[in-house]
Design a protein around this ligand. Sequence first.
Ligand SMILES: Cc1ncc(COP(=O)(O)O)c(C=O)c1O
Length: 491
Amino acid sequence: MKYSATSGIQHEEPLLFEHAHKAAESISLPGVAGNVPAALETFARKAPAGIPGLSEPEAVRHFVRLSQWNHGIETGFYPLGSCTMKYNPRVNEQVVRLPGLAHVHPDQPEESVQGVLALLYELQTWLGEISGLPHVTLQPAAGAHGELTGMMMIRAYHDSRNDTKRRKVLVPDSAHGTNPASAVLAGMHTVEIKSGANGRIDPDVLRANLDDETAALMLTNPNTTGMFESDIADICRLVHEAGGLVYGDGANLNALVGIARPGDMGIDCLHINVHKTFATPHGGGGPGAGPVAVNDTLSPFLPVPRIEQARDSYNIVKTDDSSIGPVFGSIGQTGVLLRAAAYIAAFGREHLHKIAEDAVLNANYVRVRLTDAYHVPFPGLCKHECLLTDEIQNKHGVKTLDIAKRLIDLGFHPMTVYFPLIVHGAMLIEPTETESKNTLDTFCDAMLEIAKQCETGDTEAIHDAPMMPIRRRLDETQAARKPVLVWHDDD
Ligand SMILES: Cc1ncc(COP(=O)(O)O)c(C=O)c1O
């Protein structure tokens, strides 16, 4: 197959329970009945645990086979817009597996984890410098968690000034769904701001929505259409003049890192999806980290515990009267944070801008190659991701979903589909800086082939796609609304 990045024949795989033997036979644990201390007797298991009986190789093969059904960043190109599924260099994995980093426990005494604290403190400093917002909490465990943390700090700031009516948060209609959700979770309400015809915020529309109840504007820059909000300085000024603060959704920092700093643009508070901008891609919901960087205005409200540098040690500050308190069980998601630190260190201050330059170059390369074949809703240079629609293919009865499914047969993970919502039939492509021109070309060739098939009416394979994977088109609505998550033994 021309574009296939995956290999191997896939077979149907029963659930562990379905192909297990009745009696556990892989490992025989010594009986414990006689040895259970009297005090624990009431907790002793009275009946078998119901664990499927499998030999070790059977169990291992089951999970390895299942893992081969997955399309991962290490099996093929993964241009999932907004998710920044970049390749995570192996050296990052080696770093976090160093015993001194991997085997520490969050509750260990501070003096026994000085090395980890030093690294995390260093990362905090780097993130402050990169964002232009010097005070950083590493606690939030994802971007959305960072948003919630930021909104809690903004609320605490207004409350500290007895300005308690400021509960209105302005959110552009192009925003990621987590933005309004986080604002509401923090006890605010949201008002949607319509994007202009160029996919960006219109300062006049913003001005009309600002008043003395405005707590904040939540803004993603570059926004989710891949466009840079070029009026950002005016936007921040207008919000500040109205007494509000600007929350920056820094999920797209991949487009700016090392080149421009949100703090310099007037943003007060920013979460950084370090799993996206630096390493550890987490599409599909793996572990993440969403540190939040703030300016002096918001620094009193940062969560505790946090790391502080003393004369010759690193201490954990556990309480602080003005802080919003803890938002996570410890300092932060150490494994993800340290991978990010390793990625940053590999580039170094001098070369960090290469991340953004290559990410933007790759996205524009794809945009230019696909421009005539696909509709580009917002023409001109994009940042780290390019937005297309199915407008042209629609005329031939082919929709975004069909194109995405066909890409699976051609060996690629589909791009993000139907997001952002402000564009009909959106296809958001984010190649990231880690991909070669060769990979981009094979992807563009596949996209052009699909476009050509639409044009010539040769669309059967597109409508039937995907044909290669074990699972074909699912009823995604039923899967989301009525998921079957529990196995029942009917015997
Ligand atoms: C623009 C934007 N904001 C927020 C988020 C939420 O980040 P997370 O998935 O880490 O919670 C994402 C996730 O991809 C995003 O793209």
